[in-house]
Unconditional design. Structure first.
Length: 344
């Protein structure tokens, strides 16, 4: 191959790498491998009905994890996820009382509650210097209290038929929830990666100090991020309520650890910076399928929590350990040894 041909090939490879987010390079092969293993160890988990169930729950998890991804990209961690999801589920079940005519109003109220709770977290963190863990945990407790006050501690009612029909329905054989999540995740990915607003968002997450020096609106960016994340959690709560029909009182309490887990699986660093909501969505498919495999193999439910905790710890370790420095030092030592050899 000529020099010009080699240069063109290298440019093509470089362009391909730039076009494909690095977060995909791990989670996509891992997901494909998981499905290959599933065929052997738990064939029932890849049956058509199981695959559709995985798509539904993964879609809801992906929407909730979308918000967590944005928050983590800004160097935060949101513990208000369960409260927002639970309150949203209550608002679209208890108050419409099965009436489709007022369903849109209460869906709007649910999304507004998520936005308000997110903005409250953002203001507490940026204006009052409360740490993200404390601020979001306090808001989560406030939301739980609101749920118990509104319901008097009793179980929620059934969702209106319009929401339930949409949540369990399919289009071209694919669950509506999957189509909806695909549209939302794609839109979020495009905004973050291909717009000026998205590049500023990433710049603030990488280094707030450098962003301030560049006159970027750091405080408002973080506040808006928590607000958008709250809307994403509320949207997940609305769809979860629709899919379950009659959700439990605190239906969101099982979603905190999974949202963090799939963010790690999607390659977003827990210390903030660049990430990919699309990779997080694939991580949601991976995690839900893994849970199906665990159930199919007869493992206890506790194994799911152990695996999720191990994934988070592994993700933190991979980011915390200075692998590049260690590899650079090893290369330097090897080069030094070669230089000391006769004729080196």
């Amino acid at each position: 191959m000529s020099g010009n041909g080699q240069a063109a090939a290298l440019r093509g490879v470089g362009g391909w790498r730039r076009a494909v987010p690095p977060q995909f390079l791990m989670i996509v092969p891992a997901t494909l491998l998981l499905y290959a293993i599933s065929l052997v160890v738990a064939p029932g988990s890849v049956a058509p009905s199981s695959l559709l169930t995985v798509l539904c729950f993964a879609s809801i998890l992906a929407l909730a994890a979308l918000g967590q991804t944005l928050v983590i990209q800004q160097g935060g961690l949101d513990l208000s996820v369960p409260g927002v999801i639970s309150l949203a589920a209550v608002l679209v079940t208890k108050f419409p009382a099965g009436d489709n005519a007022v369903l849109a109003l209460w869906i709007a109220a649910a999304l507004a509650s998520g936005l308000l709770s997110g903005l409250l977290c953002g203001v507490a963190i940026t204006r009052f210097r409360v740490t993200p863990l404390v601020a979001t945990l306090a808001v989560n407790a406030l939301l739980y209290g609101t749920v118990l006050y509104l319901t008097k501690g009793t179980s929620t009612e059934a969702v209106p038929s319009g929401l339930g029909t949409f949540a369990v329905g399919r289009t071209i054989g694919v669950p509506n929830l999957a189509w909806f999540a695909l549209v939302v995740v794609t839109l979020a990915e495009v905004v973050v990666r291909a717009t000026v607003m998205g590049r500023r968002f990433v710049a603030v997450g990488v280094s707030a100090r450098a962003a301030r020096a560049a006159a970027l609106p750091v405080t408002s960016t973080k506040i808006i991020t928590y607000g958008v994340a709250g809307v994403a959690y509320a949207l997940a709560g609305v769809l979860l309520a629709g899919y379950l029909g009659v959700p439990s009182l605190l239906v969101g309490q099982t979603y905190l650890l999974p949202t963090i887990t799939v963010v790690v699986l999607g390659g977003t660093s827990l210390t903030g910076g660049a990430g990919s909501v699309a990779a997080t969505a694939i991580g949601a498919i991976f995690l839900v399928q893994l849970q199906q495999v665990i159930i199919g193999m007869g493992a206890p439910t506790s194994a799911q929590f152990i695996i999720q905790a191990a994934i988070i710890l592994l993700g933190m370790a991979l980011r915390a350990v200075p692998w590049r420095i260690g590899a650079g030092g090893l290369r330097a030592r090897v080069a030094g040894q070669r230089a000391l050899r006769p004729g080196g």
